[in-house]
Structure formats: structure tokens, C-alpha cells
Design a protein around this ligand. Structure first.
Ligand SMILES: NC(=O)c1ccc[n+]([C@@H]2O[C@H](COP(=O)([O-])OP(=O)(O)OC[C@H]3O[C@@H](n4cnc5c(N)ncnc54)[C@H](OP(=O)(O)O)[C@@H]3O)[C@@H](O)[C@H]2O)c1
Length: 303
């Protein structure tokens, strides 16, 4: 297949393109800079110049493909204390609309990337769960709302949900943020008994699921790239504390809000997630290291 991959230079997308290339697919990656185009060519893919803010470039990339994997997302809000998060989620909605418009009425699959973290806390969530609606829903539900709209107009679209920790070499997601906060504050903190859980997946396992879902024509509405259903947050705090030689401390929700700042919401995620349906439908079996063993390596703590 000739696959158009957005976010092809990112942490997840770069693993997806390697997975696709290794399986014999032709890969065209979205590149918004010369450096990204060079990186894609060096990786064995082709570069398609464009930007999430340029719908015509997304439509052209999708139109010239047999299928699309969308992993691009503007994460600049992480460096801006979450300012512009909502705006970036709306850009994501428009990007999915643009990709879908080039595929409507065809069998060519579109796989978009969402997060388990948008789903309700406190119970096991499955692929049957739609994304929440209403004023308390995360702005990130824009991804799944856009996917539903595209399905309604005849696009063969699936949502692939990633856990709050996709881990592995090059991780610059939530675990590195926790490590940074622990360094800055001199303590590795969990909330209450630290029993709230984060599901997790290794980026290479996630990449394999994107490929399987694509090759099977985005046959399921939702896929869960969940290797571990729920890792207690306290275990993550403990490995960070031990590696940084810092105290591991329990705090109340109020104290944690002060400690974690805008990240407190993520530290409190309690999202046990199943991938049973995904595994049955695709034959996907995670094979890589689990979250705690992966994080418990010097590499995660290089300054
Ligand atoms: N990593 C995780 O732990 C995790 C967990 C849950 C969900 N997710 C979701 O998974 C997806 C992939 O995440 P990731 O960790 O791979 O992100 P990432 O490493 O930050 O990569 C983001 C990708 O999007 C591209 N991008 C950003 N703004 C763009 C723009 N305006 N136009 C075109 N491309 C743009 C980047 O291109 P440049 O190389 O040019 O910057 C990069 O290729 C995202 O939807 C993310 O929210 C990730």
C-alpha cells in the first residue's frame, strides 16, 4: 500500500513509518520543514510538504494514497502551560475533515489517533465506549467527534486510542514531564495511596497495531493500543524517586494540585483500559517491555 502518514517525524509516527516500511509498504510522510523532509528521506520514506494548518496539503497527501495514518498533533501547549490546547484540538478536527474529504466514498482507510485519557475515570473502559460529550469533556474529544462525522459521510475511518504513557526511546510525553517535575520540586509525588492507574504501551507495539489496523482496512470503529491495562501511578512515582534519589511522597489532591500545577489532572488519571476486542479483531499481541521496566533505565533520566 502507499500510505500517507502525518506526524511521521514524531515519537509515534516515526515508529509507524518504520513498521510500515519493514512490512513492504510505500510510505509518504507529511513534512512541514526541510529538516523533517530530510529525516523522512533518510528513513526510507518519501516526504510530502504540508502543514496541519494547510488543509489543501492534507487533502493532496490523502488523495494520492491507498490509506492514511494520522498521528500529527501540535503539542506546543505543553510548553505554554496548556494555553492553546483547545485551539490545537480544533486544528486537529479540521485536519481530520480535510483528510476525510479526500477519502469519502472509497474503501481507503483512515486511522486517526486519540487518547484513552479522554474516557471516563474510575472503571475499565473498552472499545465499546464512545468518547464523552458535554461541558466536562476534554477538548481532545474533537478527534473522535471528527472521526464520527467522517464515518457518517462515508469515510472508512477508525480511531486508534493511545494510553497516557506511550513509552520507549525518544519518549517526551507524560513520564518525562513527571521526571522533570520531580527534579524541579525535589520529590516524586503520588496522590493518596497512588492506586490510580495509567494504561501503557511501548511505541513499537503501538506501531504494529497501526499497521495491522490499516492492513485490515480500518475494520473496527475503535482500537485500543493497550499493552498494560493499568499501572498504579505509585509504581511510576517510585521508580522516578529511586532513579533520581529523591523522596517518594504521598500528597492529598489539594497538595498535588500545587505540586503538579496544570499536570495535576494527568497525574490523577485513573483509566483502566481493556484491549481485548482489539486483540481478538487484529491478532495484535504486545511484545515489548512494560512501562516500569522501560522507565527504570538510565536513558529516561539523562538530563
Ligand atoms: N506520546 C504519547 O505518550 C501519547 C499518548 C497519548 C496520545 N498521544 C497522541 O499520539 C499522537 C502522536 O503523538 P507523538 O507523541 O508522536 O507526538 P510528537 O512526538 O509531538 O509528534 C508530533 C508530530 O506532529 C507533527 N506536527 C506538529 N505540528 C504540526 C503541524 N502544524 N503541521 C504538520 N505536522 C505537525 C510533528 O512534526 P515536526 O517533526 O515537524 O514537529 C510531529 O511529526 C498525537 O495525537 C498525540 O496527542 C501520544
Amino acid at each position: 500500500m502507499r500510505v500517507f502518514v502525518t506526524g511521521a517525524t514524531g515519537f509515534v509516527g516515526s515508529a509507524v513509518i518504520q513498521e510500515l516500511l519493514s512490512a513492504g509498504h510505500q510510505v509518504v510522510g507529511l513534512a512541514r520543514t526541510d529538516a523533517a523532509a530530510r529525516a523522512l528521506t533518510a528513513a526510507g520514506a518519501q516526504a510530502h510538504r504540508g502543514d496541519l494548518y494547510d488543509p489543501a496539503s492534507l487533502r493532496a497527501g490523502a488523495a494520492a494514497s491507498d490509506g492514511v495514518v494520522h498521528t500529527a498533533f501540535n503539542h506546543d501547549f505543553l510548553d505554554r502551560d496548556f494555553a492553546r490546547f483547545k485551539e490545537n484540538c480544533e486544528t486537529e478536527r479540521h485536519a481530520i475533515e480535510a483528510l476525510g474529504s479526500a477519502l469519502a466514498g472509497s474503501d481507503r482507510p483512515l486511522i486517526v489517533t486519540s487518547g484513552i485519557g479522554v474516557l471516563p475515570s474510575g472503571r475499565t473502559v473498552t472499545e465499546e465506549d464512545g468518547s464523552p460529550t458535554g461541558p466536562n469533556a476534554s477538548p481532545r474529544v474533537a478527534t473522535e467527534e471528527a472521526a464520527s462525522s467522517q464515518a457518517a459521510r462515508g469515510v472508512r475511518v477508525s480511531v486508534l486510542r493511545l494510553p497516557p504513557s506511550v513509552h520507549g526511546d525518544g519518549d517526551h510525553g507524560f513520564v518525562p514531564i513527571l521526571i522533570g517535575i520531580a527534579r524541579q520540586k525535589g520529590a516524586s509525588v503520588y496522590i493518596g495511596d497512588g492506586g490510580n492507574v495509567w494504561p501503557a504501551v511501548h511505541r513499537l507495539d503501538a506501531a504494529r497495531l497501526y499497521r495491522l489496523a490499516l492492513e485490515q482496512g480500518a475494520a473496527e470503529a475503535r482500537y485500543h493500543a493497550v499493552a498494560e491495562e493499568g499501572v498504579p501511578f505509585r509504581y511510576i512515582a517510585e521508580v522516578i524517586g529511586r532513579r533520581l534519589n529523591l523522596p517518594v511522597v504521598s500528597k492529598t489532591r489539594e497538595e498535588a494540585a500545587e505540586h503538579f500545577g496544570r499536570f495535576a489532572h494527568f497525574a490523577a488519571i485513573d483509566n483502566k483500559a481493556s484491549s481485548e476486542r482489539t486483540r481478538k479483531a487484529t491478532g495484535w499481541q504486545p511484545m515489548q517491555t512494560g512501562l516500569i521496566a522501560d522507565v527504570d533505565r538510565a536513558r529516561y533520566f539523562e538530563a
